[in-house]
Design a protein around this ligand. Structure first.
Ligand SMILES: Nc1ncnc2c1ncn2[C@@H]1O[C@H](COP(=O)(O)OP(=O)(O)OP(=O)(O)O)[C@@H](O)[C@H]1O
Ligand SMILES: [Mg+2]
Length: 436
């Protein structure tokens, strides 16, 4: 049993100290590498988060891949709708090379969990033998395929190319995979955004097309309509002997009614198009509740008399003048009275009232019609909504247009009704709309 000499102990201590320094150095370099990788992934995340287009995502992906593997050349390929892998973005690849390898993929499109393929020396890889001339011409000695997959779906691949023959460390492969996983997620997100943008663009184009059609159709229809109206007026003035005279008068009457309805429908559609497109505006003037009520009433006197419907109109005496778009407010009130006249049976009554409070002017139209079910009340102001029990012809635009007019004045509109108890429609224009 020998004893350890002091020089041996010193030697052992020196070796231990050196090993400590070595392992410290290794730790520091490991830390630096981890820090570089984290910075690279962070920069990629920032750029993809701020990407406005798919091309921005590709650019960030190419930069990250080249930096991660320290290669000058990289590419992104995605499966097209026809299931063929196609170049979408690249660095340092000739057109001839891209054309020659276009469509090549080491994985099938439906492959669920594809692994990266690292080819350290292209001349030694039998599966790529067909491309050996292409690789030589492009001076590619080594390459790597990293799958772009999201939620188990293969979208495409990230490629990295090196001129010298070169193997990748497992660490490099892990980093490149982290890059491609992040890129796959960003590609899916950008594609969804692009689809949404396209849908919006189509919708807007559809709305514009509809607006154009409406304005062309309405313009083209208005001219013959006014011609028809003039012709009916002429016919009315002609004296035709009975019994033909009576038949002609009835026909002329019905032509006139139908024409008036058509022209109202055209105007409603035009108004509605401008409401939908946000182009609806009002042009307020100095007016009064009296002018609005009498302006509305005028249009219904003949029709009401014919149907033996009494219309009582009343304006509260203390009502002040209003600053409002008189023509539009008359239109809103007209739509309410038109509905009331349509639903009120022969011999019924309609009350048209303007009441004023300190804060507002309230117009109300009450009828003795069939009333409205509680579950139908919330739908009244929806576009094209009509009760299944509506007993007259209509489009379902009168109330939404009235609501748009009232809204544009900063007012509110609502209905009170119960089956068998008639209906009352109200709208209130705020005091701020008043002059003075
Ligand atoms: N006073 C009322 N009494 C009972 N139901 C009503 C009354 N006013 C409206 N309604 C119901 O609300 C629906 C929508 O009315 P709206 O004025 O928007 O369209 P419309 O009268 O059918 O067609 P138009 O576009 O010609 O006005 C009507 O179809 C009817 O079912
Ligand atoms: Mg109506």
């Amino acid at each position: 049993m020998g004893s350890t000499s002091s020089s041996e102990r010193e030697h052992a201590a020196r070796v231990a100290a050196l090993t400590d320094v070595e392992s410290l150095r290794a730790d520091v370099s490991e830390l630096r590498q981890a820090q570089t990788e984290a910075a690279l992934l962070l920069a990629l995340a920032e750029r993809t988060a701020n990407a406005a287009t798919l091309q921005d995502v590709f650019d960030a992906a190419l930069d990250a891949t080249c930096a991660a593997l320290m290669v000058p050349r990289a590419a992104i390929l995605l499966f097209d709708d026809d299931g063929v892998m196609r170049f979408k973005a690249w660095r340092g690849l000739s057109e001839t090379y891209r054309a020659a390898v276009d469509g090549h993929s080491p994985w099938r499109p439906e492959q669920s969990d594809p692994a990266p393929v690292i080819v350290g020396d292209v001349t030694q890889e039998p599966s790529l033998a067909a491309f050996s001339g292409t690789f030589a011409a492009e001076r590619i000695g080594a390459l790597a395929f990293f799958p772009l997959a999201y939620e188990g779906r293969l979208l495409g691949k990230v490629m990295a190319y090196s001129e010298p023959v070169r193997e990748l460390s497992s660490r490099e492969v892990r980093l490149a995979m982290a890059v491609s996983t992040h890129v796959a997620m960003s590609v899916v997100r950008q594609q969804a955004v692009a689809r949404e943008r396209e849908a919006t663009r189509r919708l807007e184009a559809g709305v514009r097309a509809r607006e154009e059609i409406l304005s062309i159709v309405s313009h083209d229809l208005r001219t013959p309509l006014s011609g028809i109206l003039t012709a009916t007026e002429l016919l009315e003035r002609l004296h035709i002997e009975p019994p033909m005279g009576e038949r002609v008068r009835r026909s002329v009457d019905s032509i006139r009614r139908l024409t008036a309805r058509m022209s109202r429908l055209i105007n409603d559609l035009m108004d509605f198009a401008s409401i939908e497109n946000g182009h609806f505006s009002i042009d307020p003037i100095d007016t009064s509740p009296e002018d609005i009520v009498s302006g509305t009433l005028e249009a219904f006197l003949a029709q009401a008399a014919e149907r033996e419907i009494a219309i009582d109109a009343r304006v509260a005496s203390e009502c002040p003048r209003l600053h409002a778009d008189e023509e539009r407010v008359v239109q809103a009130l007209t739509n309410l009275v038109a509905n009331a006249v349509s639903v009120t049976p022969r011999g019924g009554r309609i009350a048209l009232v303007a009441d004023c409070t300190a804060q507002s002017v309230r117009f109300s139209v009450a009828d003795t019609g069939p009333g409205i079910h509680a579950d139908e009340l919330p739908h009244l102001f929806e576009r094209y909504w009509r009760s299944p029990s509506a007993a007259y012809k209509g489009t379902g635009l009168g109330l939404p247009i009235a609501k748009a007019i009232v809204d544009a004045h900063g007012g509110r509109i609502w209905a009170e009704s119960a089956p068998g108890r008639g209906s009352t429609f109200h709208f209130e224009l705020p005091a701020s709309a008043r002059v003075g």
